[in-house]
Design a protein around this ligand. Sequence first.
Ligand code: THU
Length: 136
Amino acid sequence: MTDTSAIAAELRRLLPRAHAPYSGVCVAAAVEGANGRVHYGVNVENAAYPQGVCAEASAIGAAITQGTSELARIYVASSLPGLVWPCGGCRQKILELALAGCEVITFAADGEVGHQTIEQLLPLGFRLQPRAGQDA
Ligand code: THU
């Protein structure tokens, strides 16, 4: 059973590691594989602004590097007040590896928690490959 509060605490611990000198917005994300492993990432901005990488993309890179390629849950926390949801590009990146019904769980500093599935966040998403366990 996933310890969601432990993941939320780890995301909060990682927020200061974000490299966000331009926006000042620190984001930490975790991706949980179907294998039960959890991989973390933070946003990494760049002086050439479009080259910045979101926390979700960092976490997905860590997951793929460690051999986790089927995602069951995504977790997000940020330094902003309120809930932060993945940007459009990250929704597409998540969809690429998501099991059907993959949950996105986002934590606000005040304790509010938001839940959506990737299908709710990216309806009619573009795919070239069937999902694991599905024909099409
Ligand atoms: N950002 C993320 O890392 N993840 C999100 O879900 C939303 C936005 C980053 C991108 C940029 O470094 C900063 O937050 C402000 O947009």
